[in-house]
Design a protein around this ligand. Structure first.
Ligand code: URA
Length: 307
């Protein structure tokens, strides 16, 4: 029992360190934990009878609401030590399409990427035109993306499509990649389902970043747009800023390309105000100007009137 408690404590510390802030625990699991704690603090804890001993009515805890799902304590996220250094690879000679296809095959077949994807789910590589002038860079695949094997196909992707449309472009005309090629693992529930997402660790980022750089090299866009804090930290360096507000709306540089940092579409999904929409839109107007895209008065005024 001591070993199980030690393993549970270690797992909870590791989850906390990887950014997990809340867990759901079932009534049944809580009851068992209480029994163990009572048994361990009891002088008769060596006897099985002590474990089953009912708690004092005085010490009865307040009523606990049944959780939505059961948390299964199981190692899920890799420590730094389990992610190796990025692999060295060379892009083949050839035209853009051939080089892109070779890179895609390399990433989809990468054993480290594959090892972090659960059965039935996919490693996710970038998508779009190899001749794109603008490349959007997101964080990591989510639940929908790892099923479909394509970046930004879930709710954030639907909004990104609208943003691209508002710029007068089509999704097929630009390129969309992620810093990560797999969905960072989360705890699984009793049915083996993962819920929620977490930002990648530094070692996960470091492993996948060369694959993003190689996509930038192949596509050779004029501009990059980092969507959200994690993508921006991945490109500008972890710890280079504290809040996205410090860097958004400004031109930076990555891999010799101008880089605009803006909010992630999921930020807008959480903050539906016109003010938030206008902030992201102003960043995209700067992208349009720098990419010499035509901008109508109507486009300039988006989200101003009702702000
Ligand atoms: N969020 C991202 O950053 N990337 C995706 O592919 C999906 C959601």
């Amino acid at each position: 029992m001591h070993a199980s408690l030690t393993a549970l404590t270690a797992e909870l510390k590791r989850l906390k360190a990887s950014g997990v802030k809340t867990l759901s625990v079932s009534e049944e699991s809580l009851r068992k934990l209480r029994e163990v704690v009572v048994a361990r603090s009891s002088p008769q804890s060596a006897t099985p009878a002590a474990v089953a001993k009912p708690e004092s009515p005085v010490a009865a805890p307040p009523a606990y609401r049944a959780p939505v799902r059961e948390f299964v304590a199981k190692p899920v996220a890799p420590d730094a030590a389990t992610i190796p250094a990025p692999v060295a690879f060379t892009l083949p000679e050839g035209d853009k399409a051939a080089r892109w296809a070779a890179l895609r095959a390399q990433v989809l077949g990468d054993p480290v990427c594959r090892a972090h994807v659960r059965p039935g789910k996919q490693v996710v590589f970038g998508v779009g035109s190899v001749d794109a002038k603008i490349m959007f860079v997101g964080e990591a695949p989510g639940a929908e993306e790892e099923v479909q094997g394509e970046p930004f196909v879930g709710p954030a992707g639907q909004l990104l499509n609208k943003m691209i449309g508002a710029m007068g472009l089509k999704r097929e005309e630009i390129y969309i990649g992620n810093i990560m090629n797999w969905r960072p693992e989360m705890p699984v529930d009793a049915r083996g389902m993962q819920f929620g997402n977490r930002p990648p660790t530094e070692s996960e980022l470091a492993y996948c970043l060369p694959y993003l750089k190689a996509q930038i090299e192949v596509v050779n866009p004029d501009l990059l747009v980092a969507l959200g804090s994690t993508a921006a930290q991945g490109l500008l360096g972890v710890g280079t800023f504290k809040t996205l507000g410090e860097v958004r709306g400004q031109w930076r540089e990555f891999a010799g390309k101008p880089l605009m940092v803006t909010y992630h579409p999921s930020y807008i999904l959480r903050n539906q105000s016109n003010r938030s929409k206008r902030m992201i839109w102003e960043d995209l107007l700067k992208v349009m100007e720098r990419a010499s895209l035509p901008i109508t008065d109507k486009q300039r005024g988006f989200f101003l009137d009702r702000a």
